[in-house]
Design a protein around this ligand. Structure first.
Ligand SMILES: *Cc1c(COP(=O)(O)O)cnc(C)c1O
Length: 359
């Protein structure tokens, strides 16, 4: 007897395999693999989370009304232009669910965020992946040229995970001029708070010009709430209304809603931490470049070492460090390393310094 067959696309997806969890009893690894903030939550945010725990016998606010309003005020938008979800990955899933299905195409650069092809395929749509340029940047001209009658959504990521470069305002405007208004463009600004390049596209500013643009943002990175799962999309009211229809009811839990509001209250304090990460990113970039690695300019809280065929060796060197360093390898392409505390970054730089094959 066999169990019922799922949709064919589900059967064709790779099975989830639990990742390695480090050696039990060994030194605690330094986690530089998931682009998290290296600091724990602010005391004020911790207190609010602890307080909210007293009410978890109740369902959360189904539509995250207070949080949605706070985000809207912060961005200078109407609450109807913002939809909150259980992490921005979940929100992106809802966007795709609202706009595409079997026979449609979803376009994005590659390599980019790993969730893009997975979420695309889950809807039944086909991923169209356009290679990054030699500078590890989006090739927006090729992307615009590859749009077809079937293209429903184009995702662009600035700064690009895992390579780091941003999209310039000029390149984005030129791109949007070429995208038909019937195609939805999703600008993923997960790392927006870490950007210091003055020429970067400003999503909020662009929203005023394009009825087919939506922004994706998150509390997981700069705001340090990755474990609570809360993110949002901002865009035109009608687009946001369709996305809201797809949101799983009650998927943003009450602790996450309260903590996100408390984080907006403590924004200045959190942005000072972001400033420290940015300073470290600049230092790490210079140090890696001085060691001889090829590292594209990064505007996120991570750097990309284009190690190519030496990727495995970089990972081995990182893992062999006194306190093992967890980094994110992409076989044959490179390694993404999250910016940690100054001490963690020093440990990483020391581990990679001795490698002789570097370009
Ligand atoms: C980390 C990340 C996100 C955020 O994911 P959450 O679900 O909000 O934690 C979104 N997009 C990109 C490109 C990311 O790297």
């Amino acid at each position: 007897m066999s169990s019922p067959a799922p949709r064919p696309v589900i059967a064709s997806m790779p099975r989830y395999v639990p990742g390695a969890r480090g050696e039990v009893g060994g030194p605690e690894p330094i986690k530089l693999s998931s682009n998290e903030m290296p600091f724990g939550p602010l005391e004020s945010v911790r207190e609010v989370i602890a307080g909210a725990s007293a009410g978890v016998n109740r369902y959360p606010d189904m539509f995250s009304v207070d949080l949605t309003e706070r985000i809207a005020v912060r961005l200078g938008l109407e609450p109807a232009q913002v939809v909150v979800g259980g992490g921005s990955v979940a929100v992106l899933g809802h966007i795709l669910q609202a706009y595409c299905g079997i026979g449609d195409e979803v376009m994005f650069a590659w390599r980019s965020f790993e969730a893009y092809p997975i979420l695309t395929q889950l809807t039944g749509a086909s991923p169209i992946m356009i290679p990054l340029t030699g500078e590890a940047e989006h090739d927006l001209l090729s992307m615009a040229a590859a749009i077809s009658d079937r293209t429903k959504v184009v995702m662009v990521c600035s700064p690009n995970n895992p390579t780091g470069p941003v999209i310039s305002a000029e390149a984005f405007e030129e791109f949007m001029q070429q995208v038909p208004s019937t195609v939805l463009v999703v600008l993923d600004e997960a790392y927006g708070e870490f950007v210091r390049a003055p020429y970067v596209v400003n999503g909020l500013d662009a929203l005023t010009r394009y009825p087919n643009l939506v922004l994706l943002r998150t509390f997981s990175k700069a705001y340090g709430l990755a474990g609570l799962r809360v993110g949002y999309a901002a865009g035109p009211e009608d687009v946001i209304a369709h996305v809201r229809t797809c949101v799983t009811p009650f998927s943003v839990n009450s602790l996450a809603q309260t903590a996100a509001i408390a984080s907006l209250d403590a924004e200045q304090e959190l942005l000072e931490r972001v400033e420290q990460v940015v300073a470290e990113r600049i230092r790490v970039h210079e140090a890696l470049t001085a060691q001889g690695w090829t590292v594209p300019a990064s505007e996120g809280n991570f750097v990309w070492i284009a190690a190519r065929e030496n990727t495995d060796a970089v990972v081995e060197a990182a893992t062999a460090a006194e306190r093992p360093l967890l980094v994110r390898p992409f076989a044959g392409e490179g390694v993404r390393i999250t910016i940690g505390t100054p001490e963690e970054n020093d440990a990483m730089l020391a581990a990679l310094d001795g490698l002789h094959f570097r370009a």
